[in-house]
Design a protein around this ligand. Structure first.
Ligand code: CP
Ligand code: NVA
Length: 308
């Protein structure tokens, strides 16, 4: 094959890429999105195959990676652990060695971060984190891109995270350090961010209204993440006052945006009038999963492609 080949890199956490690399991915996202909107064929990944391994359900991540790979001229294979030997106890290391000999790039959605790290160590091809209990880097790639697309530079801005200190929150923490914006975090007592994840761009607030005050972007996520369903009732009580509602959006900056990685529960972490209201960009955010991940696939497989 005469196509260029990038050195082996993985995207397991947001901080695996430098700011310059993220900016490159964003520049490519713009170019690739423009081509898509013009119905212009762009097939740099012809003959390349993406394997997608899911240990948890998905709508957006599967759709965006599978459509994205097709739109780039390649193919995508969907594996759910329940239907594969991974679900019957085949070691992660063995699966990584076999699967990575049969495809060009792999996306994994799993539980502990350690699982994907072990997988990546044995993989001959790039591995992308499609969500773990600890991180969701592809989501924040789309979220930061969406903020920049809607409002310009994110550096020096304030993002308010209201709710659970989960995988999405942990990834916002890494993004704040890389892009140098402020992150206000408010979680209920007992659900605080682990102290070692905090950095100088982040500040915690006991009162969610105080966290939202003056923010340029207010964002939240479900109260109970996948894998934690047994805690549902307990969490529903603990998170009661951590709903993003119209009053909270009023405390934010006048032109503040609202984002949610989705799926959302109206009446729990977000009021219907906010998610369905004029400040919400959740559909643009979801669509940008497609465009940012196409740029990510291009970067991991072909390196720094230039041109429009
Ligand atoms: N936001 C997100 O990752 O959605 P899915 O769980 O539907 O993939
Ligand atoms: N924090 C959520 C995100 C879903 C996209 C979860 O892990 O279930």
């Amino acid at each position: 094959m005469s196509q260029p080949k990038a050195p082996l890199r993985h995207f397991l956490q947001f901080k695996d890429f430098s700011r310059a690399e993220h900016e490159h991915v964003f520049a490519r996202t713009r170019a690739i999105k423009d081509k898509f909107k013009r119905y212009e064929r762009y097939w740099p990944l012809e003959d390349r195959t993406l394997a997608m391994i899911f240990e948890k359900p998905s709508t957006r991540t599967r759709m965006s990676f599978e459509s994205g790979m097709h739109q780039l001229g390649g193919a995508a294979i969907y594996l759910y652990t329940r239907d594969s030997q991974l679900g019957r106890g085949e070691p992660v290391e063995d699966a990584a060695q076999v699967i990575s000999r049969m495809c060009d790039i792999i996306m994994v959605r799993t539980f502990e971060q350690d699982i994907i790290e072990r997988f990546a160590r044995k993989s001959r091809v790039p591995v992308i984190n499609g969500l773990t209990d600890e991180y969701h880097p592809c989501q924040i790639l789309a979220d930061v891109y969406t903020y920049i697309e809607q409002r310009g530079a994110i550096r020096g801005r304030t993002v308010a995270w209201i709710g659970d200190s989960n995988n999405v929150c942990n990834t916002w923490l890494q993004a704040a350090a890389i892009f140098d914006f402020k992150l206000h975090i408010s979680t209920p007592p007992g659900y605080e961010v682990e102290p070692e994840r905090m950095n100088r761009n982040a500040e915690t607030f006991a009162d969610p209204m105080a966290a939202a005050r003056g923010a340029h972007l207010v964002t939240t996520d479900v109260w109970t993440s996948m894998g934690f369903e047994a805690e549902n009732e307990e969490r529903r009580k603990a998170f009661h006052d951590w709903q993003v509602d119209a009053e909270m959006m009023k405390a934010a900056a006048k032109d503040a945006l609202f984002m949610h990685c989705l799926p959302a529960h109206r009446g729990e972490e977000v009021a219907a009038e906010v998610i369905d209201g004029p400040q919400s960009v959740v559909w643009e955010e979801a669509e940008n999963r497609l465009h940012t991940q196409k740029a990510l696939l291009e970067f991991l497989l072909l390196g720094k492609v230039s041109g429009s």
